[in-house]
Design a protein around this ligand. Structure first.
Ligand SMILES: N#Cc1c(NC(=O)c2cc(S(=O)(=O)N3CCOCC3)c(Cl)cc2Cl)sc2c1CCN(Cc1ccc(-c3nn[nH]n3)cc1)C2
Length: 441
C-alpha cells in the first residue's frame, strides 16, 4: 500500500495531533490482529468483540499505528468511526492510484463471474480481485487497500444484504464497467420482493462512470438511469446470447453471437456458460483477442466452497460457510441463519466447530458464541472440537451436544436428518466440516 501515516491522517481527518507521529510508509492495514506484521496499521472493528481490545496484541505483532475511536496509549489516529475512516481511505486510494475498477454483482454467480473476468483480464493486465467473500462494506475496502502496488485492473465483487448496500460500494469504488449476473430470489427475507432485489442490484450504477452489462430481465428496466450505456444479455435476439451449448460431466463448450469460435470452460452448468460469456465480453471490451479469452477461460480457477445453500440427499437444506472462521463471522452467519424462516414442520440445526488460532482468549471467545445462539429459533446445536467443549459447558440447559469424533457427529446427524431440516455448518477449514456436508449431499 503506497501511503504514509501523515497522508492517511489527513485523508481520514484524524482528530488528534498526529504531526508528532512517525510519517513512515505503511505496509498493510488489518482488522484481524492475527494477520498483523511489522509496519502495519491495525483497524479495530466492532466484531464479535470490540477490536480496541486487541490493540496491545497488534503492537506486540509489529503494528506501528492503529485507528481508534478513543484515546489510547499506543500511537493512534483518533476518528469518530474506524470503519467509515477505513472506507474513506479506500475511496481515496482508488482516486490516487487511478486503478480502473470492474464491478460484479448478482444474486447468483457473481463470485464465479468475478473469477472468470479476472482470469481473462490477467492475460493482458496485472489484475487483482476480491478474495474469498470479501464483498461487503468491510471486505471491499479491504480488497482495495490490499491490491498490489502494480495493479492495472481491479475486479471487485459487490455483495448485498440490505437495500442500499450496492449503491454505497459503487460510490466508493467508482467502477468504469459493471456486470449484473442475474436477479434471482436470494435475500428475499431482507429485500422483500424481486423488484427490491432488482433495485438493489441496480445500485451498482450509483458510482458507475461507464458501461453496464445486465440481464434482459425487464424487472430492472425502471431502474436504468437516463443516458446509461447498457448491454443486455439473455435469450436469442438480445445483444449477447449463447448460440450453442454442449455440456459434459465436468466441463462444457459453448458458442455466442459475438465470438467467432467456441469457448470451453472446466466447469459444467449453463449458468456458468453465461458467466463465461460475460467474462468474454468484458475481455472484448478491453481489446483482448479471442485466443487470449479462450485460453483464460479454458483454465480458470474458481473460488471454492462459496457460502451457499446445498441440498442433502434427503432434501434437507444445508448452509456451509467455510470462510473467515473468526468470532465475528461466526456471529454474522448465526444471525443470518436464525433470521431465515424454518421450512414447514422443519427444524433449524447449527453444527459449529472450533475456530482455530484465536490466541490466549480462545476459550472465552468460544464461550461467547453463546450470545449469538437464539434458542427460540434453533432446535439443536451440535458442537465439534475441544474448544467448542467450552461452549457446551456454558450452555448446560440448552439443546446442545458435543462431539469429539467427526465420524460420530456425521452418523448422528445423518441418522436424525429430516427432509425439512435446515442445517448450518461453520468452523475453521481444518476442522473438516466440509467432509460432513459432502457425506450428506
Ligand atoms: N471479534 C473478533 C475477531 C475478529 N473479527 C474479524 O476478523 C472480523 C471478521 C469479519 S468477517 O465476517 O469475517 N468478514 C471480513 C471480510 O469481509 C467479509 C466479512 C468482519 Cl465483517 C468483521 C471483523 Cl472485526 S478476528 C479475531 C477476533 C478476536 C480474536 N482475534 C485473535 C486474537 C485473540 C486473542 C488475542 C489476545 N492477545 N492477547 N490477549 N488477547 C489476540 C488476537 C482474531
Amino acid at each position: 500500500m503506497k501511503l504514509t501515516i501523515h497522508e492517511i491522517a489527513q485523508v481520514i481527518g484524524a482528530k488528534n495531533d498526529w504531526s508528532q507521529l512517525t510519517n513512515a510508509s505503511v505496509n498493510n492495514i488489518e482488522f484481524d490482529s492475527r494477520l498483523i506484521t511489522a509496519g502495519d496499521i491495525f483497524l479495530p472493528l466492532h466484531g464479535a468483540r470490540d477490536g480496541h481490545d486487541f490493540i496491545p496484541t497488534a503492537f506486540e505483532k509489529g503494528a506501528i499505528m492503529t485507528f481508534s475511536e478513543k484515546t489510547v496509549e499506543q500511537p493512534h489516529l483518533l476518528v469518530e468511526n474506524n470503519l467509515k475512516a477505513f472506507q474513506k481511505l479506500a475511496q481515496y486510494y482508488l482516486e490516487k492510484t487511478q486503478v480502473p475498477v470492474v464491478a460484479v454483482t448478482g444474486s447468483n454467480g457473481k463470485t464465479t463471474t468475478k473469477d472468470m473476468i479476472a482470469a481473462v483480464l490477467s492475460k493482458k493486465y496485472k489484475t487483482y480481485k476480491t478474495q474469498g467473500n470479501h464483498n461487503n462494506e468491510i471486505g471491499l475496502p479491504y480488497t482495495v487497500l490490499h491490491m498490489p502496488d502494480d495493479t492495472e485492473k481491479l475486479v471487485l465483487e459487490m455483495g448485498m444484504d440490505h437495500p442500499g448496500d450496492i449503491d454505497f460500494l459503487s460510490k466508493l469504488a467508482r467502477p468504469e464497467l459493471a456486470v449484473i449476473t442475474l436477479i434471482g430470489e436470494a435475500h428475499l427475507e431482507f429485500m422483500g420482493s424481486r423488484e427490491n432485489i432488482a433495485k438493489g442490484k441496480m445500485g451498482i450504477t450509483a458510482g458507475l462512470h461507464g458501461e453496464l452489462i445486465a440481464p434482459a430481465d425487464p424487472i430492472i428496466n425502471t431502474f436504468i438511469p437516463e443516458n446509461q450505456k447498457i448491454t443486455r444479455f439473455g435469450a436469442s435476439g438480445e445483444e449477447l446470447y449463447i448460440t450453442k451449448l454442449i455440456e459434459h460431466k465436468d466441463c462444457l463448450t459453448f458458442e455466442t453471437n459475438f465470438l467467432n469460435d467456441e469457448i470451453s470452460i472446466p466447469v459444467p452448468g449453463k449458468y456458468n456458460a453465461t458467466n463465461a460469456m460475460l467474462a468474454a465480453y468484458v475481455g472484448c471490451h478491453y481489446s483482448l483477442s479471442e485466443p487470449e479469452i479462450r485460453s483464460a477461460l479454458g483454465q480458470v480457477e474458481l473460488t471454492r466452497n462459496r457460502t451457499e445453500w446445498k441440498k442433502a440427499k434427503n432434501g434437507a437444506d444445508l448452509l456451509s460457510d467455510v470462510y473467515n472462521a473468526n468470532p465475528t463471522a461466526m456471529r454474522l452467519i448465526l444471525e443470518t441463519f436464525q433470521a431465515i424462516p424454518k421450512n414447514k414442520n422443519g427444524r433449524k440445526i447449527a453444527v459449529l466447530a472450533d475456530m482455530l488460532e484465536l490466541g490466549p482468549t480462545a476459550v472465552q471467545l468460544h464461550e461467547q458464541v453463546l450470545e449469538s445462539l437464539d434458542f427460540t429459533k434453533l432446535d439443536a446445536v451440535y458442537l465439534y472440537g475441544p474448544l467448542m467443549k467450552n461452549l457446551e459447558k456454558v450452555a448446560a440447559d440448552k439443546p446442545v451436544s458435543h462431539f469429539s469424533d467427526l465420524k460420530m457427529l456425521t452418523e448422528i446427524l445423518s441418522a436424525n436428518l429430516q427432509p425439512t431440516d435446515q442445517v448450518l455448518f461453520k468452523g475453521s477449514n481444518s476442522m473438516k466440516l466440509s467432509e460432513v456436508v459432502e457425506k450428506l449431499i
